[in-house]
Design a binder for this molecule. Structure first.
Ligand code: UFG
Length: 337
């Protein structure tokens, strides 16, 4: 029996593959490389010593997916494949609704046809919207401020409705906070296309000399230093959270929702200072206007994952800063040679 990972070549999918293999699972990866590189597969082989079964194609293609299920003994799916750039989703909403929503429905239809009714879904703290106060607990109302966020809210809803309609389904919704860091080998990491939207890859690309300076989006928030506060979590901790959530999903039917965060908030300037101190590299920055749609503070109440799954983040900000830099400094152009 194997676990199918859609979006398995992506940042979180690739790290989760490593941790699942370490935990003794067989994995099968699907990816269309729309935001990832085939080179990831070579790197995964180096890290794990295994040739991981891989199928290139889109989750929108039901014939393709059906073939993957027929050729492999799939027990459960971890569904990562989705577009995730907030700004792009505002400019091209149909692209996001089609890929994320239609793609998820296509996957769920094939799973149902094939009798595989166990799914762990890659959700986001974005579903807490603008109005909830941190620390965020899983029972808070969900909402969104942009099409990307709405796709996460809607995909959660579709999955919950499915579990309600058919008691055989096991649905686990994992709400990620801000994943950063990289595998300790520096062989896999986050490799965004073009100019990064997120803070950590922006910092590492400034540090490596690809970008001139960081723009800090606002220093007048109601936070200790005025810059935005987020719950940064090491991607290997996040990957281990998937391994434990999967174990739980395999035996527990119904819907289960977990935050995956550390419960700690750090500001933009905390991150810049921690990165400089850890790696002895300068990160020049300028203060700019607030970015539309950003909130002041967002961090998890991570107690449910601890109580139910026995999961807590093990790595601290030093680990995150060191490993983000190891990846970027060893791979200044990401997976491109
Ligand atoms: N920031 C900067 N400069 C940058 C990029 C970001 O100052 O160049 C700031 C932001 O204003 C924010 C913090 O750094 O205060 C973190 O921003 P990110 O873009 O890295 O992360 P977000 O918290 O905005 O977004 C993340 C995910 C989204 C998800 C959202 C809410 O990237 O997918 O969390 O869960 F929707």
């Amino acid at each position: 029996m194997a676990i199918l990972l859609t979006g398995g070549a992506g940042f979180i999918g690739s790290h989760t593959s490593v941790e699942l293999i370490k935990a003794g699972y067989d994995v099968v990866l699907v990816d269309d490389f729309s935001n990832s590189s085939p080179e990831v597969l070579n790197r995964l082989k180096t890290i794990t010593g295994k040739e991981i079964p891989f199928f290139q194609g889109s989750i929108l293609d039901k014939d393709f997916l059906t073939q993957v299920f027929q050729e492999n003994d799939i027990e459960a799916v971890i569904h990562f494949a989705a577009f995730k750039a907030v700004g792009e989703s505002v400019a091209q909403p149909l692209k996001y609704y089609h890929n994320n929503i239609t793609g998820t429905i296509s996957l769920l239809e094939v799973m149902q046809e094939q009798g595989v009714k166990k799914i762990v879904f890659s959700s986001s703290a974005t579903v807490y919207g603008m109005n909830n106060v941190s620390p965020l607990t899983e029972d808070l109302p969900t909402s969104a401020t942009n099409p990307y966020g709405y796709t996460k809210v809607m995909m959660e809803q579709i999955l919950m409705d499915l579990a309600k309609a058919d008691a055989d389904w096991s649905v686990t919704l994992l709400r990620y906070f801000n994943p950063i860091g990289a595998h300790e080998s520096g062989l896999i990491g986050e490799a965004p296309n073009g100019i990064p939207n997120n803070l950590m890859p922006y910092i590492t690309q400034v540090a490596v000399g690809k970008l001139a300076e960081l723009s800090v989006f606002g220093d007048d928030y109601d936070t200790a230093d005025g810059t935005g506060v987020r719950d940064y979590i090491h991607v290997v901790d996040l990957a281990n959270g998937h391994a434990l959530a999967l174990k739980h999903n395999l035996t527990e039917k119904g819907t289960h929702i977990f935050n995956l965060g550390t419960g700690n908030g750090y500001s933009v300037l905390d991150l810049v200072k921690a990165f400089e101190a850890e790696n002895k590299v300068a990160v020049p920055y300028v203060i700019k206007e607030r970015r539309p749609g950003d909130i002041a503070t967002c961090y998890a109440d991570a107690s449910k994952a601890k109580e139910v799954l026995g999961w807590t983040a093990q790595k601290d900000l030093h680990d995150m800063m060191r490993d983000s830099w190891k990846w970027q400094s060893q791979n200044p152009n990401g997976y491109d040679k």
